[in-house]
Ligand binder design. Structure first.
Ligand code: ADQ
Length: 500
């Protein structure tokens, strides 16, 4: 086995993300412990950071005292089975920030401005100079900490090659140039990459943001900028040309800026496919009704199109009363950003709609909607995915959408179910054998639901087997490898593949 330390082709990876791959929790006795995050991103990226002796820079999920020293980050618990268990505390750099400043940066600018605007919802976007100033400040703070990480990395004798700094998501779009300035003063060599997990909007939406030029310049501070799909790449290239007057090459996805050529790449994220198959194989039955179940699984967020989905289901019941009593819709919604007013209002609207539709159609022994407002464990989730007849993934706009992929991985029963996906999610662009459903068109959406429920077994089997084959091949490890390749670096098979 070639390990990161003894292979000359290995380069350290420094990941910079708003949150660390685990959060710190303070126990009642004042002791600090780690709480691992379970997402696919962490599962794929953490092993590469660990093996390449890299580092992870991020906010630890709580406000630490000003004089907090990273040497006090606890090591992982011996019982920790998570992908970050092998990440030593010396590989973690915490970004600590004044709570009021963090609030204006995170709930103000990131979630109040960038989130709705990048999802093409300008009506929900708040434009505030104070929030923007906080965003600039916090991005500088992340950049300073990243340069500390680069210095630590260059002192580590076991490391080879030029380290790669990989910045994630809409929280940190300004970091790159600050990192460049600070690290170049110190003569540190590195490569910079960025990946956006949400859509990049078209120019006519993007230019509404008063500081849109600064965002583009920030992202162009990188050597490579990645998005889920080609459309987002083209939107970005278009904005660079029209806002900044950059020379661009649309065919090869290149942008000239500041004497450098920046590569723009579609890198569609995948899921740990085999792990979901394993979970689905072992999971106990949780759906015990005889009814066919239509399933929705989402964070409770206005971009996910939950209100439209409930209304489409109501139209479906009106137009197809033959399904009454035989089908139910199960929506699992994880609470998200609960301290923001808009999300509280969405929760109220959902409660009312579910109540109204159930009141209208329920019989003494059946009700059309089951609604779980909470987080379910991964094994339980796999059982829902496995036993559902239809998955309804209908966001109004979504960077990719991992739920569509997780459902497909867990469909191990014969005959399989049907995936319905919105064309406005990245997943809708890549999962060609799913049924497409425009969430704004309620009548048509109702007909798609009926088509899914009445689809012949042969057609279901063919569609699902093709979907599963693609997702297995393009899993999250494949994504990680594609990223390293886009950076001109190969990864040994041994260094990836821990998601299995
Ligand atoms: P999200 O907007 O969070 O991600 P998504 O891609 O659907 O959206 O991922 C949600 C994750 O949360 C899934 O892994 C799912 O299993 C989990 N989840 C959802 N509901 C749950 C529940 N009730 N209980 C437990 N787990 C639940 C952002 C972008 C997406 C992009 C991803 C990855 O907005 O477009 O696909 O990043 O890049």
């Amino acid at each position: 086995t070639i390990t990161a330390a003894d292979s000359p082709s290995k380069r350290s990876l420094i990941v910079v993300s708003n949150r660390l791959p685990f959060v710190l929790k303070k126990a009642a006795d004042g002791r600090m412990t780690r709480l691992a995050s379970a997402g696919g991103l962490v599962t794929a990226v953490a092993p590469v950071v660990i093996k390449g002796k890299g580092l992870w820079v991020g906010w630890p999920g709580l406000h630490l005292p000003k004089d907090f020293n990273d040497a006090n980050i606890p090591e992982s618990d011996p019982s920790d089975q998570s992908p970050t268990a092998g990440l030593k505390s010396e590989q973690v750099v915490t970004v600590n920030c004044d709570p009021d400043l963090f609030e204006m940066y995170y709930n103000g600018c990131c979630n109040g401005t960038h989130w709705p605007l990048f999802h093409s919802m300008p009506g929900r976007t708040i434009f505030s100079a104070d929030h923007w100033r906080a965003y600039v400040k916090v991005n500088k703070l992340f950049a300073e900490k990243t340069v500390d990480a680069l210095e630590r990395c260059s002192q580590n004798k076991g490391n080879n090659g030029v380290p790669i700094v990989w910045i994630h998501d809409y929280h940190l779009m300004l970091c790159a140039n600050y990192i460049r300035e600070l690290a170049e003063e110190k003569n540190i060599e590195f490569q910079l990459a960025f990946f956006l997990h949400i859509p990049f909007p078209p120019w006519d939406i993007f230019r509404l943001f008063p500081w849109s030029d600064e965002i583009l310049q920030g992202m162009l501070g990188c050597d490579m900028v990645g998005f889920h799909i080609r459309d987002y790449c083209l939107n970005f290239v278009d904005c660079c040309q029209r806002n900044l007057g950059c020379r661009v090459d649309r065919k090869n996805l290149l942008v000239e800026h500041g004497g450098r050529s920046v590569r723009v790449r579609p890198l569609p994220i995948g899921i740990p496919f085999d792990r979901f198959v394993e979970l689905a194989t072992k999971a106990k039955k949780v759906i015990k009704t005889k009814h066919k179940v239509i399933l929705g699984v989402d964070r409770l967020d206005y971009t996910k199109g939950l209100v439209n989905r409930l209304k489409a289901f109501e139209v479906f019941l009106e137009r197809h009363p033959e399904h009454i009593g035989t089908v139910s819709f199960l929506q699992i919604a994880v609470p998200s950003r609960t301290d923001v007013l808009e999300y509280q209002q969405l929760k109220e609207e959902m409660d009312q709609l579910v109540g109204r539709i159930n009141g209208r159609f329920s019989t003494a022994i059946w009700s059309p909607i089951r609604y779980i407002f909470g987080c379910v464990g991964q094994s339980e989730l796999a059982a829902y995915y496995r036993d559902a007849a239809v998955a309804l993934v209908t966001p109004l706009r979504d960077g990719m959408n991992l739920v569509a992929k997780e459902f497909v991985a867990c469909q191990i029963n014969e005959p399989p179910g049907v995936l319905i996906v919105s064309p406005f999610a990245g997943a809708g662009e890549t999962m060609h054998e799913a049924l497409l459903c425009n969430p704004y068109e309620l009548d048509a959406a109702a007909e798609v639901i009926n088509r899914a429920l009445t689809m012949p077994v042969d057609e279901r089997t063919l569609r699902m087997s093709r979907l599963r084959r693609r997702e297995k091949e393009h899993d999250v490890d494949h994504w990680m490898r594609s990223f390293m390749k886009a950076m001109g670096s190969d990864v040994e098979e041994d260094d990836i593949g821990t998601t299995r």
